[in-house]
Design a protein around this ligand. Structure first.
Ligand SMILES: NC(=O)c1ccc[n+]([C@@H]2O[C@H](COP(=O)([O-])OP(=O)(O)OC[C@H]3O[C@@H](n4cnc5c(N)ncnc54)[C@H](OP(=O)(O)O)[C@@H]3O)[C@@H](O)[C@H]2O)c1
Length: 266
């Protein structure tokens, strides 16, 4: 059985640990300094330690999921244990070039998943570094598949990916919350308001993904002249929902680029 090591088991790292351990296909070792916050992972068979070197030395595949500003420092600390091992960094803003400088003997993949890992529905984009064989990539993709969907992209797209799908669950949750608030405003019971809002977002995404019908066509399927939906759409357009979302992703992309520039200054 392969051992997967997770260095920095916070929000994303512990989500990965949880779903990987649940498959029963991997042994999982996870580290952070304050282990009391992730005690429940032990019930899934995850081994916990605050020793990053132990994680790196005992694992075949290592995930580094500490905050971006700590990634290089922590990676340097464990680099000697990563010789010929697959290392997946999920840190925003840290380019492959710097990861390779810090751990030159590791086979590096830079990935950007999202918190939907928790329900195995992450959208994970990745860019690969040098020295990965086809067999390594098969292992990496098998691993990503457990977390949801994955796609290989050019590394230059990673800041945009971070801003769109990495941050995306926060935008969509804002939409769900807004729709549920609307339900409350027109008198729905709270539970029904959240459930109907969330399930409608889920179903609409599923409809697009399974039929590949353009979103404008799906919208047309719901709109009737002088009907209920066009009344709602009129106010969404007046509120500038599309430009609001476009500006949000554009600003978040700029922010990711600014953080990258600051963290990677030579
Ligand atoms: N959150 C997201 O939705 C998301 C999505 C995609 C990618 N990411 C990326 O994932 C990474 C982690 O983000 P996060 O949101 O999961 O942050 P987080 O919850 O703060 O997790 C980072 C973890 O690293 C641990 N840590 C700090 N210093 C450490 C050290 N020296 N050795 C071992 N562990 C250490 C921290 O725990 P202790 O303080 O107990 O050590 C903390 O639990 C970031 O690089 C981020 O860019 C996040």
């Amino acid at each position: 059985m392969e051992t997967v090591g997770i260095i920095g088991a916070g929000q994303i790292g512990s989500a990965i640990a949880k779903i990987i351990a649940e498959t029963g296909k991997y042994h999982v070792i996870a580290s952070r300094r304050n282990l009391s916050k992730i005690k429940e992972l032990e019930n899934l068979g995850v081994e916990l330690t605050s020793n990053n070197k132990e994680v790196a030395s005992r694992s075949n595949i290592v995930i580094i999921s500490v905050k971006p500003h700590k990634t290089i420092e922590v990676l340097r600390e464990v680099a000697v244990y990563l010789r010929n091992k697959i290392l997946i960094s999920v840190a925003a803003a840290i380019p492959i070039e710097r990861l390779v400088e810090a751990a030159p003997e590791a086979k590096i993949v830079r990935a950007m998943p999202n918190i939907n890992i928790l329900v195995r529905a992450s959208f994970t984009a990745y860019a690969k570094g040098p020295n990965l064989t086809q067999e390594d990539m098969r292992k990496v993709q098998e691993f990503f598949k457990l977390m949801g969907e994955y796609i290989e992209v050019e590394e230059e797209l990673m800041d945009a990916i971070t801003a769109l799908s990495g941050s995306g669950p926060a935008y969509v949750s804002t939409l769900i919350e807004a729709m549920a608030y609307a339900g409350l405003k027109v008198g729905m019971p709270r539970e029904l308001a959240y459930y109907s809002a969330a399930y409608t977002v889920y179903g609409s995404a599923k409809l697009y993904l399974e039929t590949k019908l353009h979103p404008s066509i799906i919208k047309e399927m719901v709109l009737t002249p002088a009907g209920v939906t066009i009344e709602g759409i009129y106010y969404l357009e007046e509120g500038g929902i599309r430009t609001a979302i476009m500006k949000a992703v554009e600003a978040a992309t700029r922010k990711a680029q600014e953080i990258a520039e600051k963290l990677n200054k030579k």
